[in-house]
Design a protein around this ligand. Structure first.
Ligand SMILES: [Cu+2]
Length: 375
């Protein structure tokens, strides 16, 4: 308890006090200007130590968010685009009639900006954190050509069914800098999975950014009892086109290397979807592929405002494992599929966030902007 209190205090004092300058002056702050700005929206409030630049919805919802913006161009990835940029690889035909899907992944060291002015020396897959959102179809042969251009040994460990020699652990698929390895296995089971580096020390390789979402769509022909649901999940099918699908990876960053996180996020950038709410069309259902890879904290969560969702734990079933919930918890590496709709709602901003309040305040909070039609 004491250790926790000290750690919390050190994080708080670092982020909210003078120490902020050491990790980036534009981090979560309490400047006089920001507080004054806040008063425009909270005239009766005291002197909230919060930031309030940017659109009014940020202030209207409490303004506990970072100030300024991250240079997405410099990072080379954009959190809004990350929601939908599935990496489907190259598909070819095998002699036995099956499909072979090939992905190319390169590990590299890369400095990324995780909150305005806060740079983090990440280890990445294909230059981004999380790594590319891999998507395949059940029953295909998968080939992942992995090159290590980083400064440390790395691997790709896939949550899925595969041979021991494809496991991406020390002794089976951990690759030295400059080397290459080809992982190959069948895409199964269908679901919402995860891949991550399994080199040692494990916590270090994970918190540096070496993870990504790995979705295997069900093959409708194999699930005649639930073919319609299976079709709706199959990327590229007309049934799937109805859905507004997105990939979300809950992660966090230890910027002081003390084994505690200072920033939390969904898709890496603290408060990215609070500053740029995710537009969704109210008439179309929403499906979120959600993965928790937060290091150092045992549990993360997803809570939706003004609505409830069905949840498919691990995504390996075609009927919900939880119905009509507005909150789910995930331990590290847990994941699942959320389905909901705003069909009956009025248009507007609907918040979502970790229901660990501290995580939300330190970055894991965003908004859906429900609109009549996408322009
Ligand atoms: Cu690694």
């Amino acid at each position: 308890m004491l250790r926790w209190a000290q750690a919390a205090l050190s994080r708080r004092s670092l982020l909210l006090g003078g120490g902020a300058a050491t990790i980036g002056a534009a981090a979560i702050c309490s400047t006089k200007t920001a507080a004054q700005e806040t008063h425009r929206y909270h005239a009766a409030a005291g002197a909230p130590e919060v930031a309030a630049s940017g659109p009014s919805h940020q202030s209207a919802h409490g303004a506990m968010i970072t100030v300024g913006s991250v240079d997405n161009e410099r990072n080379g990835f954009h959190p809004t685009k990350m929601l939908t940029d599935w990496y489907t690889g190259i598909v070819t035909d095998l002699p036995d009639g099956r499909k072979l899907r090939t992905f190319e992944i390169t590990a590299e060291d890369k400095e990324i900006e995780i909150a305005p002015g806060v740079l983090f020396p990440a280890w990445t897959y294909n230059g981004r954190v999380p790594g590319p959102a891999l998507r395949a179809t059940e029953g295909e042969r998968l080939r992942i050509v992995f090159r290590n251009n980083g400064s440390h040994p790395h691997s790709m460990h896939f949550h899925g069914i595969h041979a021991a020699r494809m496991d991406g652990v020390p002794g089976a698929g951990v690759i030295a800098p400059g080397d290459e390895f080809v992982y190959e296995f069948e895409a199964r089971p269908f679901g919402c999975h995860l891949y991550h580096c399994h080199a040692l020390p494990l916590a270090r390789h994970i918190h540096k950014g070496m993870y990504g979402i790995f979705v295997i769509d069900p093959d409708p022909a194999r699930h005649p009892e639930n073919a319609e649901v299976a079709k709706s999940r199959l990327l590229g099918s007309p049934e799937n086109a109805e859905w507004q699908e997105m990939a979300m990876v809950m992660n966090a960053f230890d910027t002081t290397f003390d084994g505690e996180n200072e920033f939390y996020a969904c898709n890496t950038i603290a408060h990215c979807y609070a500053k740029e709410p995710i537009k969704v069309e109210k008439s179309r259902p929403v499906r979120i592929y959600l993965v928790n890879i937060t290091e150092f904290d045992p549990i993360n969560s997803f809570h939706l405002h003004g609505n409830f969702f069905d949840y498919f734990d691990q995504g390996t079933t075609l009927t919900p494992t939880l119905r009509t919930v507005d909150l789910i918890m995930q331990c590290q590496a847990q994941r699942g599929i959320l389905e909901f709709t705003f069909k009956e709602h009025e248009a507007g901003l609907y918040m979502f966030h970790a229901h660990q309040s501290e995580f939300a305040e330190l970055g894991w909070m965003g908004m859906f902007d429900v609109v009549e039609t996408l322009s």
